[in-house]
Design a protein around this ligand. Structure first.
Ligand code: SF4
Length: 252
């Protein structure tokens, strides 16, 4: 019989085993990702770190999947030193698997906050600036959520022009034209959803009513431009090229 202590609880095991196995057999939870009882432990995820008191009397951390129980061993699984080592292990794992929900879930269970998952946005605010300064819709803003800044929509402002999606340097803002509808979104949030109008030249669905109304207003002082505002960019170019060709003065 080997008797040792985990978190002030005296535990006795009949045969040699790892601290992790002994802890789990006695209801003490230690997080792991790389451990599997069918294969030899490797200690690669480093999440199963525990604190023991070394020969010098100084507390030190070791991996419980590899560490064997021995008589009189004193183990702590929730000390400050353990939390520090675990945080470092979680951060290291996140670098390799940033999208992993499981890593975040395990960290949460250990009361370790790893921040929000990366959303692809580099917070350059190009989308916000272009929507305000060029489009004039002011449909996007920065908002703090849990202490972190996110680009978020301002409800009802988007006109569906798609400028933000086109200018986004990391393709985080998405534009999707499907079933005659245009959807602009960031992460899982919808910035705007609009029906699409038909091009009078080729019949293709190309722009939203709000965007067309906006163009109509903006081009009021230029009636020749206004005439072409129901054409998609390809048809508008084609027709304006023709107008130019036909109106070119004949060479003498
Ligand atoms: S699609 Fe909407 S949010 Fe994006 S630039 Fe145009 S108006 Fe602004």
């Amino acid at each position: 019989m080997i008797t040792f202590t985990i978190n002030d609880q005296r535990i006795s095991v009949e045969q040699p085993m790892s601290v992790l196995e002994a802890a789990r057999a006695n209801g003490v939870e230690i997080p792991t990702l790389c451990y599997h009882p069918a294969v030899k432990p490797s200690g690669s995820c480093r999440l199963c770190t525990v604190e023991i008191t070394g020969h010098s009397g100084k507390p030190t951390t070791l991996l419980s999947c590899i560490l064997k129980v021995r008589e009189g061993l004193v183990v702590k699984t929730e000390s400050e030193l353990v939390q520090k080592a675990r945080l470092a292990a979680f951060k290291n794992l996140l670098q390799m698997a940033p999208q992993s929900k499981k890593i975040r879930q395990i960290a949460e269970n250990c009361d370790i906050f790893l921040g929000p998952p990366p959303d692809g946005c580099i917070r350059c605010r190009l989308c916000i600036r272009v929507c305000k300064e060029i489009v004039g819709a002011e449909a996007l803003k920065m908002e703090k959520r849990d202490g972190i800044n996110f680009v978020v929509p301002i409800e009802g402002r988007c006109i569906g022009c798609g400028t933000c999606a086109n200018i986004c340097p990391t393709d985080t803002i998405l534009l999707g034209d499907r079933d005659n509808m245009r959807t602009i979104s960031i992460r899982d949030e919808i910035i705007g959803q609009h029906p699409l109008e038909v091009c009078e030249g080729c019949g293709k669905r190309f722009a939203t009513p709000k965007f067309l109304a906006y163009i109509e207003r903006r081009t009021e002082p230029h009636p020749h431009v206004k005439e072409e505002h129901r054409y998609c960019p390809t048809c508008a170019k084609l027709f304006s090229d023709r107008i130019r060709t036909f109106s070119r003065p004949a060479k003498r």
